[in-house]
Design a protein around this ligand. Sequence first.
Ligand code: GLY
Length: 368
Amino acid sequence: MRVITVGLGDRSYDVVIEDGILDRAAAHLGRFATGRPFTVITDETVAQAQWPRLKAALDKAGIGAEAIVLPAGESTKSWSHLEHLLDQLLLREVERGDHIIALGGGVIGDLVGFAASILKRGCHFIQIPTTLLSQVDSSVGGKTAINARAGKNMVGSFHQPALVLIDPTVLDTLDPREVRAGYAEVVKYGLIGDPEFFLWCETLGHRLLEGDSDARAYAIGASVAAKAAIVGEDERETSGRRALLNLGHTFGHALEAETGFSSLLLHGEGVAAGMALAFRYSAVRGLCSVEDAARVTAHLRNVGLPYDLASAGITASGATLVAHMLHDKKRTGGTLPFLLARGIGQTYLDKTVELAEVEHFLDADQAG
Ligand code: GLY
């Protein structure tokens, strides 16, 4: 078992990582029990695959749990499902001191976190993430959101969970493409600030993708520890430190927008291609070495992730992709900050990027 604390004063919380923890969840959730069953919010897919394990564990301990089951997929992060969820929680008379449980991937975690932040002006919530992407990124750090007409994650709040329980064995039933997409966020932590961890990814990352439990536990622990440190320093993304977690996201956002945020390109796949583009753009600008950019590209290609526009299935021009970037929510005062790199493990926030130059780079990168 590995326990990582997200240090935020009186809102600090633990992230507990252990194979099979879902079946022993009562030991960790018991202190939040109120005498009434826990309300667990999940989706139709996870309700089949993992909810029976959690329910059995809580029933056996005499704590009990009831599920609210929502449709699977990105469209659940919507006003209508938020309203439905809030009504369900109010019907169940969830109180401000209660802890509701998000059992699922990023969609469920983001939606439940947001609902918890506004229900009766705020109740508590616990994250039990069931995808690699949510285990290494979205379940930790308290970003909650739904999508709006204007774009993804446009309405949300910062609301920290009270506990995160990560069971790597849930990945055994996950679509391998989803695991690979989540792996892009693992690689991200090496590229942001830990060259040795990137080297581990290059040499042993494939074991995680093959389901090796030691590799999984190591990579999830390293990723969560890196994220916890960043969130502890810059919870609300004000100092620029937390913004580093957006490496690959501005390029990736444009690719996702071009594919209509559909299953044609999963979020992690967009981030993978986006990180490779960010490194190659950094190399073109003379910020990092061509060799470092080539290593990033090669590793993503070797594990079967997109690493350029073609491998991401994109044929759009640089101008079209830059137009998508203008709708990025990170845009402030007309400028769009980019995460660029001075080398592997040396990502920084650059506010001087000219979009015309990015457009030219994208066209040139596509032409090879
Ligand atoms: N996923 C980026 C962040 O949590 O800040």
